[in-house]
Design a protein around this ligand. Structure first.
Ligand SMILES: [Zn+2]
Ligand SMILES: [Zn+2]
Length: 238
């Protein structure tokens, strides 16, 4: 009886929350939450690290000067892809924040990291940067700092609809670092890793400014545009 009462009370609370703050978990449909932590955790499988300088090859890659990794939570497909689109195009910035927390729970990075989100394109009309929301969620989980110091130096059309070759053609000098000097190695943050060119150009801007880079975190990795489809066999479960 007590159990049924608890279930009924929780359900009533969820319905009330739904009317006060209309949102549902995009995975299980639960009312009154932007995304259950367990549902978001369940979307992440843990992936093998990639080399940032090589644009996504194995890491460590064997080239001594290549020391920065790309770490992703899952493949950009199915529900994991759906939540990215919701966080990006449906105004659900809190969902992106919760996704960042889930990614941070998967990878337990050292506390005190400095997270640098990839900025929105200059011409973007979106009211918020989903990569920054992800970074803020990660920072909350890790006790880290977010520094939004990267800027695009030119207008670049949205990557949506562009093919892999066009995306890789992003010119050098596409970003500029406008923040203070940072001594501790920073971590780049973006929502989806596709060809790796954006992260590479961002890393070049940091390098030019003398900001050390440790690696990059992305919620998901695109399975369609990676350089080698065989990498899919590398997924490791943690
Ligand atoms: Zn859920
Ligand atoms: Zn490499």
């Amino acid at each position: 009886m007590k159990g049924r009462l608890e279930v009924a009370t929780r359900r009533a609370w969820e319905i009330l929350c739904h009317f006060l703050w209309p949102s549902t978990c995009p995975v299980c449909g639960r009312l009154g939450t932007v995304g259950c932590p367990t549902c978001l955790d369940g979307l992440l499988v843990g992936m093998q690290d990639r080399c940032l300088e090589c644009g996504g090859g194995p890491f460590p890659c064997g080239i001594a000067s290549h020391v920065s990794f790309i770490r992703t939570g899952t493949w950009h497909e199915g529900k994991a892809r759906d939540v990215v689109h919701l966080a990006k195009y449906s105004g659900r910035r809190k969902l992106a924040f919760e996704m960042g927390k889930a990614l941070a729970r998967l990878y337990h990075e050292d506390r005190g990291s400095v997270l640098v989100p990839v900025p929105l394109h200059r011409d973007s009309l979106r009211p918020y940067n989903q990569a920054e929301c992800l970074a803020r969620g990660m920072a909350t989980e890790w006790g880290a700092t977010v520094l939004s110091g990267l800027e695009w130096t030119r207008s670049v059309h949205s990557q949506v609809g562009r093919n892999a070759f066009e995306r890789r053609a992003l010119p050098r000098g596409a970003f500029l670092w406008r923040e203070v000097q940072v001594e501790t190695p920073v971590l780049l943050v973006d929502d989806v890793f596709t060809t790796g060119t954006t992260l590479l150009r961002a890393s070049e801007a940091l390098s030019l400014a003398g900001v050390p880079l440790k690696g990059a975190y992305c919620w998901a990795m695109s399975p369609l545009e990676t350089l080698s489809v065989q990498w899919r066999a590398d997924a490791v479960h943690v």
